[in-house]
Design a protein around this ligand. Structure first.
Ligand SMILES: [Zn+2]
Length: 142
């Protein structure tokens, strides 16, 4: 199936019409079977397809961006799943928990993850506590 934008040269109506193929359009046109929806004139022909080509191109670019976005999002999601499985969530207490592990020499069977401010991270670094910042997507942000 192929969609053509048709224009009536009599009343200047624009309308879309579906054809099995471009040959079918030519055949109907030759037999004067193409009739305007508005004024029943047979003076109907297809218009240039250029605007449609432009919109198709834009759409494919958008899809590429979307695919890229989903790919990155999946990588982050997988990373999050790994962290959730192997690390203990400490929420806003991250800096406190990180220090207590560091200074109390707690057994490091499980790492921790949570929220920290930039200042927290700077201070921890100055105290020689290694942290890793990861991009994070909230679960609700699907
Ligand atoms: Zn017409």
């Amino acid at each position: 199936m192929i969609k053509y934008k048709l224009i009536c040269n009599n009343c200047e109506l624009n309308f879309d019409s579906w054809f099995a193929s471009s040959n079918e359009y030519d055949k109907l046109k030759r037999k004067n079977f193409l009739i305007c929806n508005n004024c029943d004139s047979q003076n109907v022909e297809k218009t240039l397809m250029a605007p449609k080509l432009i919109s198709v191109k834009n759409k494919s670019n958008k899809n590429q961006d979307l695919a890229k976005y989903h790919k990155i999002k999946n990588i982050i999601k997988n990373y999050q799943t790994f962290i959730k499985k192997n690390f203990k969530y400490v929420g806003e207490n991250f800096a406190y928990e990180a220090r207590s592990i560091h200074y109390n020499d707690k057994p490091k069977s499980k790492g921790i993850y949570g929220n920290a401010t930039k200042e927290d991270l700077k201070e921890l670094k100055e105290e020689g506590i290694e942290t890793q910042v990861v991009p994070w997507i909230k679960d609700s942000d699907n």
